[in-house]
Design a binder for this molecule. Structure first.
Ligand SMILES: C[S@@+](CC[C@H](N)C(=O)[O-])C[C@H]1O[C@@H](n2cnc3c(N)ncnc32)[C@H](O)[C@@H]1O
Length: 347
């Protein structure tokens, strides 16, 4: 997408910190001596040319505005290393917040942009519905039967859900897509392969889901060379500049989030004006709920106690939540307990 379009979008984005575009150097003024060959004038002219050249270099280095932002203060991160939203470039880069001075790396396959990244003593337990998916076993099983189980509640299945989401995203083709709570990356891989987006960012809180995601990506050479990044982050603290993302997908995830309202507010903050949010979940009181006590009984025997305290919503609640976070043009498709809904950030 053209930088100018992004700049216009960022300029019109009124909520929160707006996307920081490259700052041109402040004009440097030299007092020029009248005599053309006066040594002081020659030095001043040379200095002016040097500053102008440095400014051009600076602008070309920054021409791709960093989409990643500090999870503490939301300032865009400064990257040291190759540019681009792809695995090799991010792996070889270091990221730093110029305001908080906090550093972030991608030592462990994914770029860890959680607030607690790098803490030595402090650790934090999230609610069970988030912690469950951090388990290596659940991450391994997720795409090997767990997800398929959702079809019993009315989920149409991977291919159809992907196509439905693509239909909602038509107006943002060519932009940056963020697949939040991507799990093992089953949709991320499809979005990346579709060629419909300039970059795809897979985000999850679970380190093991992201490792699983990377394993699947590794099995497909075409994916290793696409504009695809893996980021660890909390949905309630999205490490992106305000108004920087064109499309956000959240498959079967909102019922797992610790605070759906904080999460949708964050989604609304980072979407650029006109950006589209698409999510799926289980409607409340569903029959054939895959997380019901009955359905979870066989799973309990394998992974031990499974907490079922998911948040389920009525359709009215989901629409209300989107609206209260400033999203417009709400629409949805329902099939038994399955719902896919969408909202748009107003222009
Ligand atoms: C049921 S899986 C959905 C995976 C995939 N999107 C799909 O459509 O099947 C829910 C995902 O939400 C993630 N999740 C839970 N709490 C989260 C949080 N606080 N921030 C980010 N992701 C979270 C889990 O790690 C898990 O991968």
């Amino acid at each position: 997408m053209e930088l100018a379009v992004r700049a216009a979008a960022a300029a019109s984005c009124s909520s929160g910190t707006s996307l920081q575009l490259p700052r041109a150097h402040a004009p440097v003024r030299f007092r020029l001596h009248r005599h053309r060959h006066h040594p002081a004038r020659r030095v001043a002219v040379a200095a002016a040319i040097a500053v102008e050249q440095e400014s051009k270099v600076q602008q070309s280095n920054n021409s791709e505005t960093e989409v990643f932002a500090c999870p503490v203060c939301y300032e865009p991160l400064i990257r040291k290393g190759p540019s681009g939203i792809n695995l090799p470039a991010i792996y070889r880069s270091g990221f730093k917040c110029s305001k908080c001075n906090k550093s972030f790396t991608s030592k462990d396959i994914f770029l860890d942009l959680t607030v607690t990244s790098g803490t030595k003593e402090y650790s934090e337990l999230k609610p069970a519905r988030t912690e469950l998916f951090r388990s290596p076993l659940v991450s391994f099983l997720y795409e090997r039967g767990w997800r398929q189980n959702f079809n019993r509640s009315g989920f149409p299945g991977l291919d159809e859900e992907f196509q439905m989401a693509q239909d909602y995203f038509q107006s943002v083709t060519g932009g940056v897509l963020l697949d939040v709570s991507c799990g093992s990356g089953l949709f991320t891989r499809k979005f990346a392969k579709s060629g419909s987006y300039s970059a795809v960012i897979a985000l999850d809180f679970s380190e093991n889901m992201l490792r699983q995601c990377y394993e699947f990506i590794q099995q497909d050479d075409t994916l290793l060379n696409t504009n695809l990044a893996l980021v660890r982050a909390d949905i309630s603290r999205l490490p992106f500049a305000s108004c920087s993302i064109d499309a956000i997908h959240a498959g079967a995830a909102i019922h797992c989030w610790p605070s759906p309202s904080n999460a949708v507010a964050e989604i609304s903050r980072v979407l650029r004006p006109g950006g589209v949010f698409v999510a799926t979940t289980f409607l409340s009181s569903p029959r054939n709920n895959p997380f019901s006590v009955e359905a979870l009984r066989p799973l309990r025997q394998v992974v031990g106690p499974v907490n079922t305290s998911y948040n389920y919503f009525t359709e009215g609640e989901l629409e209300d939540l989107c609206k209260s976070c400033g999203l417009v043009n709400y629409s949805s498709k329902v099939q038994r307990a399955f719902i896919m809904f969408s909202g748009q950030k107003p222009y």
